[in-house]
Write a protein that binds this ligand. Structure first.
Ligand SMILES: NC(=O)c1ccc[n+]([C@@H]2O[C@H](COP(=O)([O-])OP(=O)(O)OC[C@H]3O[C@@H](n4cnc5c(N)ncnc54)[C@H](OP(=O)(O)O)[C@@H]3O)[C@@H](O)[C@H]2O)c1
Length: 351
């Protein structure tokens, strides 16, 4: 049965930022199509949409599989009506040194996190372009701009998501389309990913502070769908990091090498029976909802704990800048030495 309410599709709707986005759209009068794999989370999300007076449809879907994503999109239009907004939020990752990641794990993280956004965008455009109407929002990260240790699969996928987004955005402009695509680059968010993504780290993974609540992510995702803005970097610290990636990449590399290994782990040892959602959903124990387990730190940029860490952060940044400058001087000196050696006439030269 069709209704007058606009329709949004959210991938990764069962948990985390996607789950908070579902709620935010439902509160703004949308009907919501929920795509993810875990039944418990999908049903929990559907109950929230219905509680806000909207209609929900649960579509268990693996976003790595194009045929499943396309079939889900068609069912949404048959059962709810024309899709107005499509949000690609689904992700997974492997927290580990690159040497500790198996090829099939790297491939799977890439297929879910990168190809999941490609499949979602493809399915949405197939339906939106003939109508010349619709909005797509792809969820990015500061890690779409900076590669950090222990996250090679995720960073590779997120960089790829950004390149893909830029290209499709330019194509839509070139074609004069009224379909808009946006990318929202989130800061660290307190979501279940740190509890259920595959990890080979000795300690429990954590987002690098400052840590924001999932509602902040949802607010900016909904805003991008409404104003159609091309790209948004959320959070002051995120803006600093992205600026550093553009203008001082060597300093940023030094900085993340010094801070991001310990910064991504709590002091708490990882549970030996920790679950992993890489190939299967982790929902046997029920609905995980939007929030992860970092509620105390969960207050954004001006948290007392983040403010306390600023002097250390500033000192490490200054040390990283000095180390990067040293590297530059050393490589300049050694390349000049090579150039001088190569320019020196060899024995037997007639000139
Ligand atoms: N949390 C952060 O600190 C942070 C920072 C920057 C950017 N982001 C971005 O925010 C978005 C959401 O991340 P999050 O932290 O909310 O992650 P999350 O808590 O782990 O939630 C991930 C969602 O993706 C779904 N999912 C995983 N594998 C899937 C698959 N194969 N097919 C379909 N759905 C799948 C999960 O549900 P099922 O397991 O039920 O399928 C879940 O609904 C991602 O794009 C991420 O890159 C997050």
């Amino acid at each position: 049965m069709m209704s007058e309410r606009p329709i949004v599709v959210v991938t990764g709707a069962s948990a985390g930022a996607g789950r908070a986005t579902v709620r935010a759209f439902a509160e703004r009068g949308f009907d919501v199509a929920l795509l993810a794999r875990g039944r418990a989370g999908l049903e929990g999300a559907a109950a929230e949409v219905e509680g806000a007076g909207g209609r929900a449809i649960c579509l268990p879907t693996d976003v790595a599989e194009w045929a499943q994503v396309r079939a889900a999109a068609r069912r949404v239009e048959e059962e709810l009506g024309p899709i107005e907004v499509w949000v690609n939020s689904a992700m997974t990752t492997v927290f580990a040194w690159f040497d500790d990641v198996r090829p099939e794990e790297f491939r799977r993280a890439t297929e879910v996190t990168y190809l999941g956004q490609v499949h979602g965008t493809m399915a949405a455009l197939e339906l939106m372009k003939p109508r010349d109407r619709g909005r797509i929002v792809n969820v990015g990260s500061a890690l779409s701009y900076v590669g950090i240790p222990l996250q090679a699969a995720y960073c590779g996928a997120k960089f790829a998501c950004r390149g893909f987004f830029e290209s499709v955005h330019a194509e839509l402009l070139a074609q004069g389309s009224n379909v808009a695509i946006s990318m929202v680059h989130l800061p660290a968010v307190n979501t279940p990913q740190f509890d259920w993504c595959l990890s080979r780290l000795p300690n429990k993974p954590q987002p690098v502070p400052p840590i924001y609540p999932p509602e902040t992510a949802a607010k900016f995702i909904v805003r991008a769908a409404t104003d159609g803005r091309r790209s948004k970097i959320v959070g002051s610290w995120n803006k600093v990091v992205v600026g550093a990636a553009k203008f001082a990449p060597a300093v940023l590399s030094e900085f993340v090498a010094r801070t991001a290994v310990s910064g991504q782990q709590t002091p708490e040892p990882a549970a030996p029976d920790r679950p992993a959602n890489l190939f299967e959903p982790v929902d046997r124990d029920g609905d995980h909802g939007a929030f992860g387990s970092f509620t105390q730190q969960d207050r954004g940029f001006w948290t007392p704990s983040f403010l306390e860490s600023l002097p250390n952060t500033a000192r490490t940044a200054a040390e990283a800048a000095v180390a990067a400058a040293r590297h530059k001087v050393r490589s300049f000196v050694s390349s000049s030495a090579v150039a001088r050696r190569e320019a020196r006439p060899t024995r037997g030269d007639s000139t």
